[in-house]
Design a binder for this molecule. Structure first.
Ligand SMILES: C[S@@+](CC[C@H](N)C(=O)[O-])C[C@H]1O[C@@H](n2cnc3c(N)ncnc32)[C@H](O)[C@@H]1O
Length: 301
C-alpha cells in the first residue's frame, strides 16, 4: 500500500472512500479505454494513490492550489506514472476537458499546512497571520482583519466560526491593530493568546483551544472556502458520466449542511449515503483529524 508518510497527512475515511467509490469498477468495466477520477483536493495524494491502486484502469487528474501539496503528491503518485496528472488549480475555477467517472473533494486544510508555522494556519505555533492555501494569491488573514470594520469582523467570526463571543473577540482584535503591517509583523500566537483572553478562565482549559473557531472563521474567509464549495456543488454534476460519483468529505457543519442540501435538492443527483459516513473508534483514536470528517456520496442520474 502506498505510504502517506512523505507528506505526513493520513487520508481520512480511507476505507469508506474506497468502498463508497467501489462502483468505479463497474464504470471502468464498461470502458476498456479507462476513465478519469478528478481529485479536487489532492493534498499529499493519499486518497488518489489508494484509488489508483484499487482500480487499474483508472487515471487521476488531481488539483491543488498549494504548491507544497503538489510537490508531495508528485512524489506519492510517481509510481503510477502517467496515470496521474497534477494540475495547479482552484477547483472553483476548474472545468475538466473530458467526462469524469468520479469527483472527490476532501475539503479544508491538510495536516502539513497546519504544522508549518510559516503558513499561519496554526494557533499552536507562531507564524505570520497568512492562512492562504495558495500563498501567491489573495489577501492574508492579517490584511483581512485590518480591512474589516469591527462589526464586519464580528459577523465573520460568528458566521464562519459559529463563535458566540464574536463581538468581544472582534473588539479586542481591532483594539490591538494593525495586524497586517509588514513593518510590524504580528503572528498567530499573539492572536490566539488574545482570543483565549476573551474567554472566562475555566473555559480556557477545555479540550478545544479557545481560538479554534476564530481561526476557522478567518481561514474560511481568506480562502473563500464556502464560495468554492458552492461553485463545485453547482458544476460537478455536469462533469460526471451517467452513474458517475460525487464524493465530498467535509469537516464542519457549514460545509456538511451545504453538501447535504445540494445532494437532496439537485435533480441531476441521487443520494447514495442517506447519513454521512464517519470515522470508527479506531480511526478516530489514530487520526484525530478524522473525528470531524463527514463523507457524503451521490450518483449522477
Ligand atoms: C484535506 S487536504 C487533502 C488531502 C488528500 N485527500 C490526501 O489524501 O492527501 C485538502 C487539500 O485541498 C487543497 N484545497 C483546499 N481547497 C482547495 C480549492 N478550492 N482548490 C484547490 N485545492 C484546494 C488544500 O490546499 C489541501 O492541500
Amino acid at each position: 500500500m502506498p505510504s502517506p508518510s512523505t507528506f505526513d497527512h493520513v487520508p481520512v475515511l480511507a476505507e469508506a472512500v474506497l468502498s463508497g467509490l467501489a462502483p468505479l469498477a463497474g464504470l471502468l468495466a464498461e470502458r476498456p479505454q479507462g476513465g478519469v477520477l478528478l481529485d479536487c483536493t489532492l493534498g499529499g495524494g493519499g486518497h488518489s494513490a489508494l484509488l489508483l491502486q484499487a482500480h487499474p484502469g483508472l487515471r487521476v487528474v488531481g488539483l491543488d492550489q498549494d504548491p507544497s501539496a503538489r510537490v508531495a503528491a508528485a512524489e506519492q503518485l510517481a509510481p503510477f506514472g502517467d496515470r496521474a496528472l497534477i494540475v495547479a488549480a482552484n477547483f472553483a475555477d476548474y472545468a475538466p476537458a473530458e467526462p469524469i467517472l468520479a469527483v472527490l473533494a476532501d475539503l479544508g486544510v491538510s495536516s502539513p499546512q497546519l504544522d508549518v508555522a510559516e503558513r499561519g494556519f496554526s494557533f499552536r505555533l507562531d507564524g505570520p497571520l497568512d492562512m492562504r492555501m495558495n500563498p501567491t494569491d489573495g489577501e492574508t488573514a492579517g490584511a483581512l482583519i485590518d480591512r474589516l470594520q469591527e462589526g464586519e469582523l464580528a459577523d465573520l467570526i460568528y458566521g464562519y466560526g459559529e463563535e458566540r463571543l464574536s463581538r468581544r473577540i472582534a473588539r479586542r482584535i481591532k483594539e490591538q491593530g494593525p495586524w497586517g503591517d509588514p513593518a510590524r509583523p504580528r503572528g498567530t500566537a499573539e492572536l490566539a493568546y488574545l482570543v483565549a483572553g476573551c474567554y472566562p478562565p475555566a473555559a480556557r482549559r477545555g479540550r478545544i483551544h479557545p481560538a479554534t473557531r476564530s481561526f476557522q472563521a478567518l481561514r474560511i474567509a481568506v480562502n473563500d472556502e464556502l464560495g468554492a464549495l458552492d461553485r463545485l456543488l453547482a458544476a460537478a454534476p455536469d462533469w460526471l458520466v451517467p452513474g458517475g460519483l460525487l464524493a465530498i468529505i467535509s469537516f464542519h457543519s457549514l460545509e456538511d449542511r451545504r453538501v447535504k442540501t445540494a445532494f437532496l435538492a439537485d435533480e441531476r443527483l441521487e443520494r447514495i449515503t442517506r447519513r454521512p459516513l464517519v470515522a470508527d473508534e479506531t480511526e478516530a483514536a489514530i487520526n484525530p483529524r478524522s473525528r470531524s470528517a463527514r463523507l457524503r456520496i451521490a450518483r449522477r442520474r
